[in-house]
Write a protein that binds this ligand. Structure first.
Ligand SMILES: Nc1nc2[nH]cnc2c(=O)[nH]1
Ligand SMILES: [Zn+2]
Length: 478
């Protein structure tokens, strides 16, 4: 089971007579927080490496433009014209910066528990069963399929403590064409006997996972290892310091949980009395840096927030999870205003949905709750803000070598094709709400289209995701 020989994802393209692809239609993106850009009648050219080489808005003849631009023959170019419906548009692929792949079967199962009893009752027993590779194979395949189908083109995964199953998750993501940071969970204290490792075991399996993943994808453009101390309460200082040294010496990605639940914070302080704060435990262990992803960050002090800003860490905001297991409301605007990178995470199965679109909606609603509590508008997030967090924010937090999150020259074509009026769509569309580009004033058409985007964010789901592309390759076609 450990000896799978998956073909490299990119090699198959070499046999393809098609040398270039031009996508034509409406493209939607968020170049900055709060700003939504709508590119209409737009031609986006993508080369064989999945890189965008032109973005030509209001293109009157995209076929001639492409042939002239590339110098290729007609049969060497694939034209994907999706301008056949006014409610069809491309958006950048979603980036899920915090998801526990093995917890997928527990989505929706959390009862009235909160973090620490939830871990004991539901999470550790399920994760420990991933010593069984047959189980890991079927659940991990399902997670990748489901997240891709929801438009997630890149994800930062937590796996389990098991090296073999973690390697399998990396292989499956690579084979299926989803970009993924793959984290073998490290945990060597305060965990049940059936699901714990020693320092030496953790070290050995971490190194073997890194070796496996780096061999599978030496470019690191598709799958990469990410150091994953579960959270301070389940790791000794020795283990965190070893991981901190490893992170610094190889510039590895790192992910962990921070300041999710009030009781968790007390436990962390009791276990590590010599540190100034929960954040300080990670800081002094060398775990914080520009390629570190911190999930939750709800109950931080000003000083802890400043430490995140100073070290350049990214935050994964997980509002679905935080509402489900009653953890609290992260102050996203407060973090963003300190120039801290913020993105979205499903945190399955603390969160119940594998869809970043749903999480975006919850991020907006949770921000409204903060506003209602504080009676000022400061924390309010718009639909454009949460779309930014789901795409550009995710790309900033993942901090990969390839550029993601926008339709821009030099960026990779990781995209979703959304259609609101497709068969079985959960979004009710009305002809009078269509933008009617060219028939109304540009402002009127844009206004109507922005309303459609809002309708999509609140009412849409995976049925509206018609195609998904990663690195210019179509990985989902419904
Ligand atoms: N949400 C969440 N928080 C954690 N803290 C430590 N482990 C976990 C986990 O699996 N999920
Ligand atoms: Zn988590």
């Amino acid at each position: 089971m450990t000896q799978h020989q998956f073909p490299p994802v990119v090699a198959t393209r070499c046999l393809d007579p098609i040398k270039f692809t031009c996508y034509f239609g409406t493209f939607v993106q968020t170049p900055s927080l709060g700003a939504l850009q709508v590119l209409t009648h737009c031609a986006v050219g993508v080369d064989q490496d999945g890189t965008i080489v032109f973005v030509n808005e209001n293109c009157s003849d995209y076929t001639s433009y492409t042939l002239k631009f590339t110098g290729l023959e007609l049969h060497e170019v694939r034209f994907v014209d999706v301008a056949d419906s006014e409610t069809k548009f491309f958006v950048p692929g979603f980036i899920d910066t915090h998801i526990h792949a093995p917890q997928f079967p527990n989505n929706g199962i959390f009862g009235d528990s909160t973090l620490l009893d939830w871990l004991e009752k539901y999470t550790f027993p399920l994760e420990s069963s991933f010593r069984d590779l047959t189980r890991a194979n079927s659940i991990y395949s399902q997670v990748i399929e489901r997240t891709l189908s929801n438009g997630t083109t890149a994800a930062a995964y937590y796996a389990t403590i098991h090296a073999d199953a973690t390697n399998l998750l990396a292989d499956l993501a690579l084979m299926r064409g989803q970009r993924a940071l793959i984290g073998k969970v490290c945990m060597n204290q305060n965990s049940p006997d059936h699901y714990i490792e020693t320092f030496e075991e953790s070290k050995a399996s971490q190194l073997s996972v890194i070796e496996h993943i780096e061999k599978r994808d030496p470019s690191g453009n598709f799958v990469r290892p990410i150091l994953t101390p579960r959270f301070a309460p389940s790791c000794t200082e020795k283990l965190m310091k070893w991981l901190g040294e490893l992170r610094k010496s190889h510039n590895y990605h790192c992910q962990t949980h921070l300041s999710e639940n009030k009781r968790e914070i007390e436990v962390a302080k009791e276990l590590f009395p010599g540190f100034d704060s929960y954040t300080d435990i990670y800081y002094k262990s060398g775990l914080l840096g520009p390629k570190t992803i911190l999930a939750h960050c709800i109950h931080l002090s000003e000083h802890e927030k400043d430490l995140l800003a100073q070290t350049g860490c990214g935050v994964s905001h997980c509002p679905t999870s935080n509402s489900s297991i009653t953890s609290g409301e992260a102050r996203v605007r407060w973090l963003l205003n300190s120039n801290i990178k913020v993105s979205l995470g499903t945190d399955c199965s603390g969160g119940f949905t594998p869809s970043i679109l749903q999480v975006a909606k919850h991020a907006l609603l949770v921000s409204n709750h903060l506003v209602m509590k504080s009676e000022n508008d400061f924390e309010k997030l718009s639909t454009h803000d949460v779309l930014y967090l789901a795409t550009v924010g995710g790309a900033e937090v993942l901090n990969l070598n390839v550029k993601l999150g926008l339709f821009k020259v030099g960026y990779k074509f990781d995209a979703q094709l959304i259609q609101l009026d497709c068969e079985g769509s959960p979004v009710d569309t009305f002809e009078f709400q269509n933008p009617k580009w060219g028939l109304l004033s540009p402002e009127e058409s844009r206004g109507k289209f922005l309303d459609l985007i809002d309708k999509w964010i609140f009412n849409g789901d995976d049925r509206n995701v018609r195609k998904v592309f990663v690195n210019g390759r179509c990985v989902v076609d419904k």
